[in-house]
Design a protein around this ligand. Structure first.
Ligand code: URA
Length: 235
């Protein structure tokens, strides 16, 4: 792999920034400054530093984004995709959002280049749980809650049983193991209510980092990556 691609892949700098830093002697390869980043390296053994810091290269990159409203969960070329909220270097890698949140839904979105793991997490076979905080209007009572928990017809499809933890009639948490288009909105509509706010708080065993403001992101910890993997393997 080219050294500039290697650096950009980690999100530490764009290729352009890396080239500039290299000219000032701020990129080292196996202990020696390297000025031409078109050099090919073995990503498994190379020891690279950027501006004095060791570059930690891994094949797969995992990012937790606290998605704000107004952005679409897609990699299409547009200025309102969730990818625009990440450093531009990531758009040049093969990272993509793992599943979709509606444009007005906020909260936990995993962005990664780990296709096999994403596939497993999204596969209906694996039933990875997703939990959302919701607000609805009008509120729902016990009868509607029971219907939702048992599965409702959302227009030609009966949802799988869901878990509901109500906080009064107009708010609560809903946990699904599937992800049909607008599933929660259509589920509430099926019982005569309407979703007014939706925030994903858990996905595949990991929780939203409440210290992230909407629009902010961070890398997943090793613990979180392991939890995602366990969530696939345990099914
Ligand atoms: N269900 C919805 O209706 N919207 C989402 O964004 C996610 C689940």
């Amino acid at each position: 792999m080219r050294l500039d691609k290697y650096i950009a892949h980690t999100g530490i700098a764009s290729r352009k920034e890396a080239a500039k830093a290299a000219k000032s002697g701020l990129v080292t390869l196996n202990g020696a400054p390297v000025r031409d980043l078109s050099v090919h390296i073995d990503e498994n053994t190379a020891n690279v530093t950027y501006c004095g810091k060791k570059v930690n290269w891994t094949k797969y990159v995992y990012v937790m984004l606290n998605k704000p409203a107004g952005y679409i969960s897609s990699t299409e070329k547009s200025d309102r995709t969730v990818m625009c909220l990440l450093p531009p270097e990531f758009s040049k890698t093969d990272m993509f959002p793992c599943g979709r949140l509606d444009i007005d839904t906020v909260g936990l979105l995993l962005i990664t280049n780990d296709g096999p793991l994403a596939h497993e997490l999204l596969s209906p076979r694996h039933h990875a749980e997703k939990t959302y905080f919701y607000r609805c209007s009008p509120g729902i009572g016990e009868a509607e809650a029971e219907k939702i928990c048992g599965g409702v017809d959302i227009g030609g499809y009966v949802t799988k049983p869901a878990k509901l933890r109500r906080d009064g009639e107009t708010a609560g948490y809903i946990t699904l193991t599937e992800g049909k288009f607008h599933q929660i909105k259509r589920t509430f509509e099926a019982v005569g209510s309407s979703i007014t706010y939706l925030r994903r708080v858990e996905f595949g065993g990991i929780s939203i980092d409440e210290s992230l403001s909407e629009g902010d992101w961070r890398y997943l910890t090793d613990d979180e990556i392991n939890k995602l993997r366990e969530n696939c393997n345990s099914r």
